[in-house]
Design a protein around this ligand. Structure first.
Ligand code: ADP
Ligand code: MG
Length: 677
């Protein structure tokens, strides 16, 4: 199907071929996998079952001759009364006065069009003399992107399905089709475009959803296999006694979740297989401690470690916390964009000759001029900004070290096996003991002054507070209270009794750093900020997180923000300021006040707002599925995942039944045939 040009389909001339190409349709397969985005279907139903504003079909008897009004030039409005189920329905037909002759009093007529339930009126699109017999065919409607008309789509799809029926060969092994009761590819395609019934359509959709997910998951499993491939010198000889000694010197005992993930990580580090692991753990669950212990292990094995974080501020903070956790004899350096000239040269030289054992930096760390002496382990913090593509880039740069990605964003399973399906996943699902849960309150906008007073009381006792606003600029449309306004308002209310700082995306990175440092040193007591503080900053003295227009944020984002407080031993508070209009908004505020479990919130977020919100729309790293929906099709996703794992782990492709599937995959993907040997 892939090797047949769409030009070979009857009815596709040069012009249409060009238009099809414009929307990405080059081959027969592209064409047949361009599925309708909806279907029209005229089915006669009793009046009381009709739905307001939907397209309906009505059969009735013409009561008397229609009336026609003409207006403007060439415009007309015909009105006809029909008797339907003992009621009188008004039919309105525009600009087709010639149709009058078809509506003969006493005779039956079928009409379809948009239904107005309140006026018992139908705006007629099509009409036909006589009664239709219950149903008419289900008609595909294709999205009219580009210059291809719906009728053209219908015609060439039909031609393609008829003349190339032999080409629509199966790719899914028949046992799977059988087990899941899925239609074969040819009849599936037929029913996607011209469904024999809605039941057939449903089955066809199930098939292609499964196919899409299975292909995707096999691809992820193949990446996973490739990423884990054993490399020379990857197995590290870790001095576990020194690691244990380090742990014993910590001021706290590890949680059992930390111990569990450390065991998983150490197993990877000591094996010749490369590690490609995602470490998930809620804010404050102790990921940094895990990172420190594991990287120390690699240092004892005589190899270097690169620790990458998204921002300069975080690089500094991590440097500080690692200095606190690691023994003094570990050579730790920070290499970020702000370190320039001679200093930079020195550090780069130390990385090159191996003196520097651990380097912390932003993504600039893997720039071309930095060469490691013996890089054995890469830790990447805040993984969700790093899609599959970027992960592959690391490999392409020849970085074959063990890699640990860390994320504080709780990710629901359906998303994690999709976005991170190529990785192994470790989860810290337990908080260190003795944490005081953050108290969360939801207040209305009109309680602003009271809330500020509350914050002031906390500040007077030495604590600090964040106030978060959604946007920096005033937008008339959205009516969002902006950070600048709020900052001025606050300065006025507090009247010099507390210091207020302002942080937003328009500041230069030096300015941001200055503000952040001032806050970290308690020179700024209340920080008004847009969401730039979201990622990972640690100011344990902060006890209040106030979020303006909280209903504009997703649950996961609110949870991330809330995680900025509650990091010290004092009681912390989160105050959500919002006047949500809809029920969903209220529901979301309520959920926030009821749970502090990030995974619960992430699941709810997925249901309420969809996947984009959890990752942030652009950086999602989620594939663009044609049919599959990660929320709705989670069962199919789990099934496809399990099948893909089995196929790749057991090399099922060596069996004849899997040959078409693997050939298909290899033709679609940039995968080395060797991987399959
Ligand atoms: P994360 O990186 O997951 O947000 P951190 O590693 O920064 O979390 O840990 C948050 C705080 O908890 C730090 O102050 C850290 O020293 C402390 N901590 C980590 N593990 C434990 C533990 N097992 N028991 C008590 N405190 C811990
Ligand atoms: Mg290894």
């Amino acid at each position: 199907m892939n090797d047949i040009s769409v030009k070979e389909v009857k009815g596709v001339g040069p012009k249409l071929a060009e238009n099809l190409e414009q929307i990405g349709i080059d081959t027969l397969e592209d064409l047949l996998y361009y599925f309708p985005n909806r279907y029209d279907h005229y089915e006669q139903k009793p009046l009381h079952e009709l739905i307001h504003n939907e397209k309906v079909t009505i059969v009735g008897e013409v009561i008397h001759e229609p009336t026609v009004q003409f207006y403007q030039r060439k415009k007309s409005r015909m009105v006809v009364s029909l008797r339907v189920d003992g009621a009188v329905v008004k039919g309105v037909l525009f600009n087709r006065s010639f149709a009058k002759q078809h509506f003969v009093p006493g005779e039956k007529v079928s009409v379809n069009g948009k239904w107005d339930q309140h006026r018992l009126q139908i705006t007629i699109d099509n009409y036909k003399k006589g009664a239709i017999d219950g149903t008419s065919p289900i008609t595909p409607i294709y999205s009219s992107k580009g210059d291809v008309k719906n009728a053209q789509f219908q015609k060439v799809m039909n031609n393609a399905l008829t003349s190339f029926s032999d080409e629509l060969t199966e790719i899914i092994p028949v046992t799977y089709l059988h087990n899941y009761k899925l239609p074969d590819r040819a009849s599936g395609l037929q029913n996607m475009h011209f469904p024999a019934s809605f039941q057939h359509l449903k089955h066809a959709k199930r098939r292609f959803i499964y196919e899409e997910l299975l292909l995707f998951q096999i691809k992820m499993q193949l990446f996973r296999k490739r990423n884990k491939e054993a490399t020379e010198g990857n197995a590290k000889t870790i001095k576990m006694d020194r690691v244990k000694q380090l742990i014993s010197q910590f001021p706290f005992a590890l949680t059992s979740a930390q111990k569990k993930v450390l065991a998983e990580i150490f197993e990877d580090l000591q094996s010749p297989n490369r590690m490609n692991r995602l470490l998930q753990g809620d804010v404050g669950s102790g990921k940094t401690a895990v990172a420190a212990i594991s990287l120390y292990g690699v240092v004892t094995a005589g190899q270097q470690v690169a620790f990458m974080v998204p921002t300069e501020i975080l690089a500094e903070q991590h440097e500080e916390s690692l200095q606190g956790l690691l023994p003094n004899d570990v050579t730790l350096r920070r290499l970020t964009g702000s370190i320039k000239g001679k200093k930079r040269k020195e550090i780069v030289a130390e990385i090159e000759d191996g003196t520097c054992q651990v380097v912390i930096g932003t993504h600039a760390l893997i720039q071309d001029d930095v060469h490691f002496n013996h890089l054995g382990y890469v830790i990447i913090d805040e993984q969700h900004r790093f899609g599959v593509q970027q992960r592959n880039t690391l490999r392409e740069k020849g970085i074959l070290a063990d890699i640990l990605f860390m994320t504080a964003t709780p990710i629901p399973r359906t998303l994690s096996i999709t976005a991170f399906g190529d990785m192994d996943v470790s989860k810290i699902d337990e908080m260190p003991k003795g944490r005081k849960p953050i108290e969360t309150y939801w207040v209305k906008q009109n309680m602003f002054e009271r809330t500020v007073n509350f914050i002031y009381k906390e500040v007077k006792q030495g604590a600090q507070a964040y106030i978060i606003c959604p946007l920096i600029e005033e937008s008339d449309k959205l009516d969002i209270q902006n950070a600048l306004d709020l900052y001025h308002q606050l300065v006025e209310i507090l009247n010099g009794k507390a210091t207020v700082g302002l942080m937003h995306g328009r500041l230069t990175s030096e300015e941001k750093e200055q503000v952040m440092n001032d806050f970290a040193e308690n020179k700024v007591q209340i920080l008004v900020s847009t969401t730039v503080v979201e990622v990972g900053v640690n100011v344990p003295n902060a006890t209040v997180m106030m979020i303006q227009d909280a209903d504009r944020f997703g649950l996961s984002q609110l949870h991330q923000l809330r995680g900025r407080v509650g990091r010290g031993d004092k009681q912390s508070y989160c105050i959500l300021v919002a006047d949500p209009k809809g029920d969903t908004g209220k529901e979301r505020m309520r959920i926030m006040t009821e749970t502090t479990d990030g995974f619960v919130l992430a699941e709810r977020d997925l249901e309420l707002r969809g996947p984009g919100d959890i990752f942030g729309v652009k950086q999602s790293g989620l594939p663009d599925f044609k049919l599959a929906d990660l929320v709705h099709d989670y069962r199919a996703l789990e099934t496809a995942r399990a099948d893909a794992v089995e196929i790749v782990a057991n090399q099922l492709w060596k069996e004849p039944a899997f040959e078409p599937l693997m050939n298909y995959l290899l033709s679609q993907l940039d995968i080395d045939q060797q991987l399959l040997n």
